[in-house]
Write a protein that binds this ligand. Sequence first.
Ligand code: S3P
Length: 180
Amino acid sequence: MSQEQNLVLIGFMGSGKTSVGVKLSYRLCVPVEDTDKLIERKEGKSVYDIFADDGEAYFRQLETQVLCELVKKSGLRVYSVGGGAPVREENRKWLKKLGRVVYLKVSPETVYERLKGDFTRPLLQGPDPRGRIIELMRERAGIYESCADIIVDADGATPEEIARRIEKQTGRLRKRPDGE
Ligand code: S3P
């Protein structure tokens, strides 16, 4: 991978971090890890149930703990990170330590269209998901930008196209042996 650094995908819910992470992992021949999945494995339940049973504050503690543990891991990887993780200042330090931070930037409308039938994001289950997306994005856009080494426009593109754009911007590609 470029400059022997991990790639760390950040961005709003529905920006495509998980699916782009999988594509990048394939293209760069490195494993991918997703912080939400690591948390779910650790707790033995879904993010939704963690929010419901233990509260958001508990989930945020787990998120920080997982990031702190990932920084100690060796070996190159692609990481996709829950949309709220960069909000905590401490987490931004871990994200920077973890690798090159790539912000997948999308519009509120894209998020709404992608997530309108989704029941797994506890923060968007209220009566006005569109308004909530706009509000949260307004709060977070500057945070994502300040944390990012690279910003990629992820509106109207497939995960494969976004993965290719990221590869272009991060330099050397490790092509798969089959030339894909
Ligand atoms: C959250 C994003 C979710 C998940 C949790 C909270 C957020 O991850 O961590 O529901 O605060 O934006 P995705 O960004 O993968 O949806």
